[in-house]
Design a protein. Structure first.
Length: 201
């Protein structure tokens, strides 16, 4: 079953801003993308939904949230509303390698559980640089299953359902441990969320 959710560009923007704030006002773009991945993984496993509702692709440097990447890069692929919202809060550094917080965060956009997940990943992974984090992501099954394909393709679509699988490397943090029953419950909540979003769109 392939599940698709509607990308939440407001939460994506505020999540990037949250991480930039934790880093002192600016954060490397690649590092931010890896931390967003870990935060979405944590929130999906614990609460049955990701923070950003983004589509993920396996790439050479690990999982990448497509819409978040567009915001982080202020890409030409951004829609008018997405760009207008993102530029209220974020700007790129002069060398375009970092995301800078441009205005105070909108604290009401992120839920308490969203901020919990983002705080978790900052405390767990925030001391590592972008290349260390990219290497860490290669231990997770949702990326690992596409590793061979990435010898032929620059990116491969990932399935959020795979985020419920545990890494086989005992050194890899699962981003919230789940029992078998817990996995089934969270996955059921995720599938119900997808069904409801499908009814509204």
């Amino acid at each position: 079953m392939c599940i698709h959710l509607n990308f939440d560009y407001r939460k994506a923007t505020q999540s990037l801003g949250f991480l930039a704030e934790q880093a002192g006002g600016a954060i490397n773009k690649l590092k931010a993308l890896k931390l967003i991945y870990f935060a979405d993984r944590y929130h999906l496993r614990k609460y049955g939904r990701p923070i950003t509702n983004d589509e993920y692709f396996a790439m050479k440097l690990g999982p990448v949230a497509s819409g978040v990447k567009d915001i982080a890069e202020m890409s030409d692929f951004l829609g008018e509303d997405e760009r207008a919202y993102a530029t209220q809060y974020l700007r790129l550094s002069d060398d375009r390698l970092s995301i800078c917080l441009h205005a105070p965060l909108d604290v009401d956009t992120l839920s308490l559980s969203d901020r919990e997940a983002l705080t978790f990943v900052w405390e767990q992974f925030g001391s590592y640089n972008e290349f260390q984090l990219a290497e860490f992501t290669h231990a997770y099954p949702e990326w690992k299953k596409h590793e061979a394909q990435l010898r032929l393709y620059s990116r491969v679509k990932m399935q959020l359902e795979d985020f419920f699988a545990d890494p086989t490397d005992p050194a890899a943090d699962p981003c919230f441990s789940l029992s078998l029953e817990g996995k089934q419950d969270s996955l059921a909540e995720f599938q119900e969320l997808s069904r409801l979003e499908g009814l509204w769109n």
